[in-house]
Design a protein around this ligand. Sequence first.
Ligand SMILES: Nc1ncnc2c1ncn2[C@@H]1O[C@H](COP(=O)(O)OP(=O)(O)OP(=O)(O)O)[C@@H](O)[C@H]1O
Length: 267
Amino acid sequence: MMNYSAGEPEPPDRKPAITARDLTAVRGDRTVLRGLGFTVPAGRVTGLLGPSGCGKTTLMRAIVGTQAKVTGTLTVLGSPAGHPGLRPRIGYVTQAPSVYDDLTVRQNLDYFASVLLPGRAHRPARRAAVDHALADVDLPDHADALAGRLSGGQRSRVSLAVALLGTPDLLVLDEPTVGLDPVLRRDLWDLFHRLAADRGTTLLVSSHVMDEAERCHRLLLMREGEILAEGTPDTLREQSGTTTVEEAFLHLVDAAAARAAHQETRP
Ligand SMILES: Nc1ncnc2c1ncn2[C@@H]1O[C@H](COP(=O)(O)OP(=O)(O)OP(=O)(O)O)[C@@H](O)[C@H]1O
């Protein structure tokens, strides 16, 4: 598997695309995010990794501004999360593909493009944006297929194409590779890296599969509503003296549990 962090220097000082300080979110009667602090560098692919239920989706919803009961500081592309000016600058792909099954792939994209670029004057720009997005996700051959007849992987690629229509500065992708075969997963990760390298797009990609960590420039390791560690895959492995990010994660979990047990036994 390609390790994208190796040999790629961190870009020179750029303002982070996302900065969180003391970020807390409550869902129902549960505190789901517990005082998080982290940054996401601009123009890089950052992986948000952690087990199911640790709060990845809640954090992503806070970043795109759709999560209620969030406190603390969360700055996204220079503005407070949820600021209306951020809407056209962020693409968000949820876990469930948001496509209309009774429309073809192209009709789906045309519909969303007409929301982004309304009016007759934008017709050529809409057409170009749709063609571009179809090519990005490698679906031109399926442009006329009904979305309802596509495989799960193809439907998620349509969702991604919708998010790419507005050429967002920040792409937030919630478990985009779940259920995809290894070839499609590789192709999608290649696309993520092309978007970062060629367009300077910032990507935040969640996964609960630790082997995807190796494909990221940078990682946020999450557990039970907290950020256990952040850094490049290399740094996290070196700091924990392990050979894989999965081992580093387990090491950090054990260390956190030992610290908690130590605190409990202190008088
Ligand atoms: N509407 C809700 N009301 C109360 N609790 C919720 C609600 N939605 C989610 N939760 C709880 O918040 C916690 C975090 O959920 P979240 O979906 O953010 O986790 P996740 O890491 O994205 O999980 P997964 O990988 O399974 O999608 C979970 O314990 C979940 O049960």
